[in-house]
Structures are given as structure tokens and as C-alpha cells.
Design a binder for this molecule. Structure first.
Ligand code: 6PG
Length: 242
């Protein structure tokens, strides 16, 4: 597994570099297995990426064969402004007319959040796995991730307890980082069973955490502990990468 950084001048060119990688991975997966299982990140960073995918990659990514999942979700209804699904639905899924049968949202409205995590864990374990034995590979082909100022990614926060072995989705209590609501998140164990993970981090406000992640003392932060089967790629703009 290699971890590489792709640095582009600004946010749009960074998103374009990630989108090109996504197009290549999707085309390869659809060619090989007829499907591409993509997990979207939450927060604000993907907004520019979603708009670019609709504007420039509508025709060149095989969207009719893309299964959409999420890396994490806030424990809120899909109509809540905090919903990661809601953001993606508005900016990406609706404009691209992704079929509801291929949208696998985390049901953040279920209470308690642990029941939403159990449901998502079960859905992931029912999902088809291609190209490798089930005990080695999860159902996702590529997971998009962001990184928080404290080094969290998805909703794996520093100091959060290790999930039970074998779990692919878990609930976390109210996050120490805004929004301070309980979350449902993929586990690092599932990411490690995924061929590709792509981080997207743009802007001056990400520079400090990226520098910290690059130092030995940052190696135990969740974003530094992400592994993938083939590659972890950081797509950064110049402002973030310093
Ligand atoms: C979430 C995200 C979270 C996010 C980082 C970065 O649900 O909040 O999954 O992990 O990726 O906190 O957030 P921004 O993109 O808003 O900076």
C-alpha cells in the first residue's frame, strides 16, 4: 500500500485531479465487475468536487453503474441541513439522476444511532464483493475522505475507542468537533479492505493538520492510520500543502 500526495494549484484543479482519478477507477471497476462502489465523504470540502463532477464529468464517468455509499453520517434525518446525504443529494445525486436503488445512505434518523450503525454494517456485509475472497475485501472500491483540524477522518476521532473487530460501521457519541452530534462512521478496518482511499483537503485552514500528520507524533491520528489495499492518495491544493 502506498500513500501519495497530489498537489494542485487551487481547489478546482485539485478537485479535477481527484475527479480524473475517480473516472479512471470507476471505468476500471465497471469494466471488470460491472459496478463501482463509491463512498462519499461529508463536511463542506466535497461541495466543489460534487459541482465539478456534475459540470465536467457527467458524461465520462459511468454513473449508471455507480453504487453510492457514505464514509460517515451525522445522526440526523436526511432533510436536516447537517446531513451528509442531503448535501450529496442536492449537489450530485439529483443532478446526475442517480437511481434510488443505487443510493445506500446511512439512515441517520434511526434512534439510537447504534441501530443506524448496525443497519449500515449489515447492508455493507450484504453488498456484493468482486474480485477477491470476502474475507479479504470489503464491498467498496473507493472511499473519499476529508480531514478535520484534530486529525479525524470520517467520524473516527482521536481517542475514540477501537470498534469491535469485524465491524465495518459503528456509531460514535456526540463529536468533539462541530457539528456536535452523534455520528455513524465506517471503521478503519473496512477502509483497509478497500482498494483505494482518496483524501481531499483544500485551503489554508488544512495546512496545520497536514503538517502535523506528516510528523512522527501525528502517526497515531485517525487520518494517519488510514490504510487501503492499493493506494491512499491525498489530493491537496497549494494552500493546504504549504
Ligand atoms: C463529517 C465529515 C468529516 C469531514 C472533516 C472535514 O461528517 O463532518 O465526514 O470527517 O470530512 O471534518 O470537514 P470539512 O470538509 O467541512 O472541512
Amino acid at each position: 500500500m502506498i500513500a501519495t500526495r497530489v498537489v494542485s494549484p487551487d481547489e478546482v484543479s485539485t478537485c479535477r485531479a481527484l475527479a480524473s482519478q475517480l473516472r479512471a477507477s470507476a471505468s476500471r471497476a465497471v469494466e471488470a465487475q460491472g459496478r463501482f462502489a463509491l463512498a462519499l465523504s461529508g463536511g463542506h470540502t466535497p461541495e466543489t468536487l460534487f459541482r465539478l463532477l456534475v459540470r465536467e464529468f457527467r458524461e465520462t464517468i459511468p454513473w449508471s453503474h455507480v453504487e453510492v455509499y457514505w464514509a460517515d453520517e451525522r445522526a440526523v434525518p436526511p432533510t436536516d441541513p447537517l446531513s451528509n446525504y442531503g448535501l450529496a443529494e442536492r449537489l450530485l445525486l439529483a443532478p446526475l439522476k442517480i437511481a434510488p436503488t443505487r443510493i445506500h445512505r446511512i439512515r441517520g434518523e434511526l434512534a439510537p444511532p447504534a441501530s443506524a450503525a448496525d443497519a449500515y454494517d449489515a447492508e455493507l456485509k450484504r453488498a456484493p464483493v468482486d474480485g477477491a475472497p470476502r474475507e479479504e475485501r470489503g464491498p467498496l472500491d473507493l472511499v473519499l475522505l476529508g480531514v478535520g483540524a484534530d486529525g479525524h477522518t470520517a467520524s473516527v476521532f482521536p481517542g475514540s475507542p477501537a470498534p469491535p473487530p469485524g465491524r465495518w460501521a459503528v456509531a460514535t457519541p456526540a463529536a468533539p468537533q462541530a457539528p456536535h452530534v452523534p455520528r455513524i462512521t465506517l471503521t478503519l478496518e473496512l477502509l483497509a479492505r478497500t482498494p483505494e482511499v482518496a483524501f481531499l483537503a483544500c485551503g489554508e485552514e488544512k495546512r496545520a493538520i497536514l503538517e502535523r500528520l506528516g510528523r512522527p507524533e501525528g502517526s497515531d491520528l485517525p487520518a494517519a492510520r488510514v490504510r487501503a489495499q492499493r493506494a491512499v492518495t491525498w489530493f491537496l491544493d497549494a494552500a493546504a500543502s504549504g
